[in-house]
Design a protein around this ligand. Structure first.
Ligand SMILES: [Zn+2]
Length: 168
């Protein structure tokens, strides 16, 4: 339950009392005297998803290497960019290759969408109504931004050259 005036987190207290933050009275037995905090929960889940989405580029990086390893198994040697066309290795390999290429193509619109959500999140982060979860929201936004930028740089630089082979 949350204070109606300042949205301070009052915990699960069933007793009547005063908000430690602003002094407004509340009564645990009287639902109209406090806020239930559904919005808070929804917002918290939204921020959590934003932070967790930062794992997407990293998972993508692992996936393209998995495809390379499977290609290695089919060919008997490491696939070479420009020489071993991924679409002609085998039908079975294509079942892994095409979905991966499709997911890679989604990375750009997906990262643009996440960036847009990040901007919205940063704009709401200082909203006084939700100040009791401020620290956690900052944490998820910072984690999200860090994970996405790091992940996209790793994908972009393609140190192992696997993306060069897969996407050419
Ligand atoms: Zn209060």
């Amino acid at each position: 339950m949350y204070c109606l005036a300042c949205h301070y987190d009052l915990g699960g207290s069933v007793e009547a009392g005063r908000c430690p933050e602003c002094g407004r009275e509340f009564d645990g037995g009287e639902p109209s005297s406090y806020a239930r905090g559904d919005e808070q929960r929804l917002l918290r889940i939204g921020f959590w998803f934003l932070g967790a989405s930062a794992l997407v580029p990293g998972v993508m990086y692992l996936l393209v290497h998995l495809v390379w390893v499977v290609g290695f198994i089919f060919l008997g040697y490491g696939p070479r960019a420009g020489l071993d066309d991924p679409s002609e290795i085998s039908v079975l390999f294509s079942l892994l290759y095409y979905p991966t290429v499709f997911l890679m193509a989604l990375m750009l619109p997906l990262s643009a969408g996440v960036l847009l959500l990040m901007v919205v999140a940063i704009l709401t982060i200082r909203d006084r109504e939700f100040h009791s979860t401020f620290g956690r929201r900052v944490f998820w936004v910072v984690s999200g931004l860090a994970g996405w930028s790091l992940g996209l740089v790793i994908l972009r630089t393609d140190v192992t050259g696997v993306l060069n082979w897969l996407m050419d």
